[in-house]
Design a protein around this ligand. Structure first.
Ligand SMILES: *Cc1c(COP(=O)(O)O)cnc(C)c1O
Length: 404
């Protein structure tokens, strides 16, 4: 059996999405910018997709800029705001658990004269609006806090943060790459100025995404050239990709409710089963959590070994343990929620998709206890088993929480 449980990393392309894209690789190859009639179909397809993406998030079509993905959307939002508002100030506020596309953009801006505050989060991964408010100053030009976290699935209080930003006229960006298609996303209701989207996290193709830019928001482009996308992102449009993103957005709009309920049901079954394994816990929030995310901790084993053993059994998941990222550092997200390094090492992220089935989850629940048991047999930490209760008592991450 093959069970794919890494949908936070990427998703399979929906067959309907692929079908919608194919003609734009073959017959309808026109450049959307050309003026003869043959190119109109490419132009119209791009504009139709723009409408579908806008509808999914409650925006106007004219407020959507297509990019090469979530990373570029985050860069355009953050660098674009920073450079367009440099005359007003140089201070940016973000959180410690952002995706690297946000964190490393902020770090780079620090080398270009900007000051960045990285807000801590609580044990569930939540940013505190009060703490955020206390960091705002007259030179603050941008707040960037993600809508939902890619590792632990925590959903941030964006509406509350938006009120603080609005009162002070500070631009607010949110990375909604993980929340789109899983929980309602409405830019007006949320009160954000900028919002990032990526197609390949919602059963669309890789290499295409979009940035919502609220009408009247001042950002500078990263790519200069022929003036495509209202001059905000030059370069001939990735027409098949845009069509794919549009179709994926259309499906997400129509099927989100059913898909989310399905994923939450399976996820809860997975969590209930996995937490029966001794020395296990759930990282993140129980209440404010994406419906498809589970992030487990298993004491006394290494996440890499766990991922490889699961792979051997046809199960694909990921870990926030050290070596997986080539960085030799455990996940910055798990560290930020206060997990001691030794508990980060045994982390296992399983993220579900709409194509997963109950049979697959039952298979995982057969395999997982065996694999964990086997690794513990050979664990160099085995002698510490006796100290387990004490460790969890101190860490506060014990307990067998249920997620609904
Ligand atoms: C995947 C992801 C990104 C990056 O999107 P790409 O399209 O892969 O560049 C950004 N933010 C979050 C939260 C993500 O999960």
């Amino acid at each position: 059996m093959k069970v794919y449980l890494d949908h936070a990393a990427t998703t399979p392309v929906d067959k309907r999405v692929l079908e919608a894209m194919l003609p734009y690789f073959s017959d309808r190859y026109g450049n959307p910018s050309s003026i003869y009639s043959f190119s109109n179909e490419a132009h119209e397809a791009v504009e139709k997709a723009r409408g579908s993406v806008a509808r999914l998030i409650g925006a106007e079509p004219s407020e959507m800029i297509f990019t090469s993905g979530g990373t570029e959307a985050d860069n355009l939002a953050i660098q674009g705001t920073a450079f367009a508002n440099r005359h007003k100030g140089n201070h940016i506020v973000t959180s410690a658990i952002e995706h690297p596309a946000v964190l490393n953009t902020c770090k780079w801006l620090e080398t270009r004269g900007f000051e960045v505050t990285y807000l801590p989060v609580d044990r569930e991964g939540l940013v505190s609006p009060e703490k955020l408010e206390s960091e705002l100053r007259s030179g603050t030009i941008l707040i960037s806090v993600m809508h939902a976290n890619n590792e632990i699935g925590t959903i941030e209080p964006i509406e509350e943060i938006a009120k603080l930003a609005r009162e002070r006229g500070i631009c607010l960006h949110t990375d909604a790459v993980q929340s789109i298609g899983k929980i309602p996303v409405d830019v007006k209701k949320m009160g954000v100025d900028l919002l990032s989207i990526s197609a390949h996290k919602i059963c669309g193709p890789k290499g295409i995404g979009a940035l919502y830019v609220r009408k009247g928001t001042d950002i500078a482009p990263l790519a200069h050239g022929g003036g495509h996308e209202h001059g905000m992102r030059s370069g001939t449009e990735n027409v098949p990709g845009i069509v794919g993103l549009g179709k994926a957005a259309e499906i997400a709009h129509a099927e989100m409710k059913a898909d989310s309920e399905h994923m939450a049901r399976l996820r809860n079954r997975l969590v209930d089963g996995a937490l029966k394994i001794e020395n296990s816990w759930l990282n993140g929030s129980t209440a404010k959590r994406l419906p498809n995310n589970a992030n487990f901790g298993f004491g006394f084993i290494e996440g890499e070994a766990l991922v490889l053993e699961l792979d051997f059994n046809g199960i694909y998941a990921s870990t926030g343990s050290a070596c997986s990222s080539k960085s030799l550092e455990p996940s910055h997200v798990l560290r930020a929620i206060g997990l001691p390094p030794e508990q980060c090492h045994g982390s296992l992220r399983m993220t579900l998709g709409r194509e997963n089935s109950a049979e697959e989850i039952d298979y995982v629940l057969q395999v997982l206890p065996k694999v964990v048991g086997k690794l513990r047999e050979i664990s160099p930490f085995k002698k510490d088993f006796g100290d387990y209760e004490k460790t969890l008592g101190k860490g506060g991450h014990g307990g067998h929480a249920h997620v609904y």
